[in-house]
Ligand binder design. Structure first.
Ligand SMILES: C[S@@+](CC[C@H](N)C(=O)[O-])C[C@H]1O[C@@H](n2cnc3c(N)ncnc32)[C@H](O)[C@@H]1O
Length: 203
């Protein structure tokens, strides 16, 4: 395994996702303030064929009691999901205080989440359509990316990201879904951890 990008964190910021487990498992998208976007991100992360240690974090900022951090350590999740409803069901259990392998819930502020991200990871980037080319990312063993949910990260939080000096990087002009970004970034990190390809692929 390459010495680069062995640990990959994705922090999704959702300004609307519910911070209560009191929702039905039918009509999820509307009832949960788009928690389905977070569930889909976890679902795709679980299907990735990589040896890297992947963590998906989601900062939930919707009612009734924000902020709430959901942290999912993908290699610790020992069940196979068939669909996002099964993932949402596990998120709900974790929110209710039940033990779910790989799922952790914490009440923590946005600044605190960012401080931890910057402390733990050698390089942290904000995925933004108007950022610098993705090929400007620096190789390191640990890396983290911050990204929006069904909507972009609100300006008030972007300003805090900027205060931490976190650079914006782009995947191009196309606006991708959050889950698609995770797939693309993982693929790019796999490619970029091979020095030869690093030189010939233009992203
Ligand atoms: C579904 S998008 C958010 C809404 C989208 N910008 C729109 O206008 O419909 C989710 C997040 O993925 C990331 N993203 C999507 N496309 C991207 C791109 N081309 N380059 C970098 N990040 C991207 C951004 O962090 C964005 O906030």
């Amino acid at each position: 395994m390459s010495k680069y990008f062995k640990r990959r964190e994705f922090l999704i910021v959702s300004p609307t996702a519910t911070t209560s487990p009191n929702f039905p498992l039918k009509g999820i998208a509307g009832a949960t303030g788009r928690l389905d976007v977070i569930a889909r991100a976890i679902l795709v992360a679980k299907t990735l064929k990589t040896n890297a240690y992947i963590i998906v974090k989601a900062l939930l900022l919707g009612p009734p009691k924000p902020p709430l951090l959901l942290e999912v350590h993908i290699p610790q999740v020992n069940r196979v999901y068939d669909n996002e409803v099964e993932v949402i069901s596990d998120i709900r259990k974790a929110m209710m205080g039940e033990r779910v392998n790989g799922f952790y819930i914490e009440r923590i502020s946005f600044k605190h989440v960012l401080s931890e991200l910057v402390d733990v990871n050698k390089n942290v980037y904000y995925l933004h359509e108007k950022g610098d080319s993705f090929k400007t990312i620096r190789p390191s063993a640990t890396i983290a990316f911050i990204l929006g949910s069904h909507v972009d990260i609100p300006a008030v939080y972007e300003r805090i990201i900027d205060q931490y000096g976190i650079k914006r990087v782009s995947l191009g002009n196309v606006s991708y879904l959050t889950s698609q970004c995770i797939i693309i970034v993982n693929w790019l990190l796999d490619v970029f951890s091979k020095p030869l390809f690093h030189r010939i692929i233009d992203v």
